[in-house]
Write a protein that binds this ligand. Structure first.
Ligand SMILES: NC(=O)c1ccc[n+]([C@@H]2O[C@H](COP(=O)([O-])OP(=O)(O)OC[C@H]3O[C@@H](n4cnc5c(N)ncnc54)[C@H](OP(=O)(O)O)[C@@H]3O)[C@@H](O)[C@H]2O)c1
Length: 254
């Protein structure tokens, strides 16, 4: 990838994170509990998730394998973690969803998400196997940043997957309403799936000591913290018996 394109895309991801945070603090994204009219046409929810996440998986694969250091151990491990996450998100998660009848993924969200995911996959892939020279020496495998980052990624991944499974199991096949989730991270917060996702990408950024991964972690937090706050408000408004001590996304704090 040309350096000026890389620089331009990287600045774009940081700018998108800042813009999204400001917008989403005032306007909630129109899907799930905040689904509402007036946001244009939509596509089938499962298909929407599939084509939304595919560019991340594909662009990481393509750009990573262009890099000269694609067989070095640390980049290869980070590449594999990224691809495991996106393989699941693209090909498995959409099939597992218990979708409400008539639920649509808005085209406007989809288009932005696909462009963002393509840029994110490309930037991170190119950094891992080409630009991140500190990663290409095997000594990085014993660097504390790598070890702590991988542990954070693994913890976040486990929390996100457990929390998504708890949500999924709230609906029996054919059901479409909302219930209060209990157990796992839900003992502490309303959106442990979002907390897990933020921890995961923060860990990925620390393990790779990487600017594109930091930009993605910032974007994830900018996207999911406002969403957790609005989900938390929604639960409180709709369930009189909602657990009073539960926070939105950071246990005991927020
Ligand atoms: N990296 C990023 O920037 C980013 C951005 C967005 C999402 N994600 C990740 O993608 C995953 C899905 O995100 P999401 O925003 O769609 O999550 P979500 O709003 O929590 O919904 C996940 C699934 O659970 C269902 N659900 C949610 N609350 C429920 C309840 N109380 N009772 C019954 N069913 C319930 C939803 O149904 P409905 O669709 O009918 O509400 C949906 O099928 C999460 O793991 C999230 O971390 C990542």
């Amino acid at each position: 990838m040309e350096q000026h394109i890389y620089d331009w895309l990287l600045q774009g991801v940081f700018a998108a994170a800042a813009a999204f945070f400001l917008i989403l603090m005032f306007v909630s994204a129109p899907y799930g509990k905040q689904e509402r009219e007036g946001w244009g046409p939509g596509v089938n929810m499962r298909f929407g998730w599939f084509i939304l996440e595919l560019p991340s998986f594909a662009c990481m694969l393509w750009f990573y394998w262009q890099g000269e250091h694609r067989l070095a151990a640390a980049p290869l491990l980070l590449f594999t973690l990224f691809e495991i996450h996106y393989f699941h998100r693209t090909f498995i998660y959409p099939l597992q969803l218990r979708v409400k009848p008539g639920a649509r993924y808005r085209v406007i969200l989809l288009l932005f998400g696909m462009v963002f995911n393509a840029a994110n996959g490309a930037l991170n892939g190119w950094f891992l196997s080409q630009l991140g020279t500190h990663l290409h020496n095997s000594s990085w495998l014993s660097d504390p940043r790598f070890i702590i980052g991988i542990m954070l990624f693994a913890g976040g991944f486990a929390l996100a997957k457990q929390s998504d499974a708890i949500l999924r199991n709230l609906r029996q096949p054919g059901e479409s309403g909302y219930k209060i989730p209990y157990g796992g991270g839900y003992r502490f917060v309303s959106c442990p799936n979002y907390l897990g996702e933020i921890l995961q990408w923060t860990g990925f950024a620390v393990a790779g000591w990487s600017l594109p991964a930091l930009a993605f972690a910032c974007f994830t937090a900018a996207n999911l913290i406002p969403k957790a706050l609005s989900s938390h408000r929604w639960y409180r408004e709709h369930f009189g018996d909602y657990p009073p001590g539960r926070k939105a996304i950071i246990p005991f704090l927020l």
